[in-house]
Design a protein around this ligand. Structure first.
Ligand SMILES: Nc1ncnc2c1ncn2[C@@H]1O[C@H](COP(=O)(O)OP(=O)(O)OP(=O)(O)O)[C@@H](O)[C@H]1O
Ligand SMILES: O=c1ccn([C@@H]2O[C@H](COP(=O)(O)O)[C@@H](O)[C@H]2O)c(=O)[nH]1
Ligand SMILES: [Mg+2]
Length: 248
């Protein structure tokens, strides 16, 4: 799908006098992402088409292997992603961390994001997808964990439309609510959303909006559900079995 969408646009020939293949991609993308820079677009297109890398720029030549990592707040997504990244060579992109980084930058968007995170709600898709897209492009990795995204069906559709691909697999950490609450209240990292009022809201949002995304990918045979109780090392044994069986 990725290749079909980007590759067809890039490799269309011959280019018309008013529009090269690359510029027609930029033109089309411009409608989707008005703030996108042409240089970044060219690079993204090169990275993710089958012909990429043949121009000797050192970029990888295939679309990256993408794993969405989902689970309730405090289910251990970040903890397990760190281990997967270290043992299996994945880039770890946490949507929450990208949003917190935007807050720390002091941008106007950051103020909006902070307000939403404090309320345990979901940040508009175009903001999050753009941060993820840029991070993927910068990492230039061929194996990527996207931690804590998509949070809702609208996020999922926006990712597939803007980035132009589906995940290869979805890891779902299944954890009882009382255990998640206990972990979050003990996390002690100064997060503005680790308080009982916001945690209750995050749990509701998780049930009503995030679970439907897991159900969607289950229906497409992509979900690996993992029991997220026990120690982090015990859980990682189950994770390891899944990643060891993958071909990427
Ligand atoms: N298996 C485990 N048993 C006990 N504590 C754990 C376990 N895994 C992670 N933790 C701890 O629970 C807290 C939440 O874990 P983590 O940050 O990995 O969850 P998360 O799913 O990324 O949460 P969030 O959605 O809020 O980002 C952390 O303090 C972490 O050290
Ligand atoms: O895709 C996303 C990811 C996160 N958010 C918001 O950030 C907080 C914290 O996310 P964590 O993954 O738990 O670090 C989450 O509650 C949302 O408010 C988001 O909107 N979209
Ligand atoms: Mg996390």
């Amino acid at each position: 799908m990725w290749r079909r969408r980007l590759g067809a646009l890039l490799l269309r020939s011959p280019p018309s006098s008013s529009s090269t293949a690359a510029s027609s991609l930029q033109h089309r993308r411009h409608h989707l992402l008005p703030t996108q820079e042409p240089l970044a677009l060219n690079r993204l297109a090169r990275l993710f088409t089958s012909q990429a890398g043949s121009d000797g720029d050192g970029g990888h030549s295939q679309k990256p292997f993408i794993a969405f990592v989902l689970g309730g707040p405090g289910s251990g997504k970040g903890t397990q992603c760190t281990k997967i990244a270290s043992d299996f060579g994945f880039a770890h992109l946490s949507a929450g961390d990208l949003l917190r980084h935007e807050i720390a930058s002091g941008s106007e968007k950051g103020e909006l994001i902070l307000d939403i995170i404090k309320q345990g709600r979901i940040v508009p898709s175009e903001i999050t997808v753009e941060l993820i897209r840029k991070a993927m492009e910068m990492s230039n990795a061929n194996k990527v964990l996207i931690d804590g995204f998509p949070r809702c069906e609208e996020n999922r559709v926006a990712f597939e439309r803007i980035v132009g691909t589906e995940p290869d697999i979805v890891i779902f950490f299944d954890c009882p609510e009382d255990e998640m609450v206990k972990r979050l209240l003990g996390r002690n990292q100064g997060r503005v959303d680790d308080n009982i009022e916001t945690i209750k809201k995050r749990l509701k949002v998780f049930e009503s909006l995030n679970i439907p995304v897991v159900d969607y990918y289950s229906s497409r045979g992509k979900v690996h559900k993992i029991n997220a109780t026990g120690t982090a090392d015990e859980i990682f044994e189950a994770v390891r079995r899944i990643f060891s069986s993958l071909r990427f």
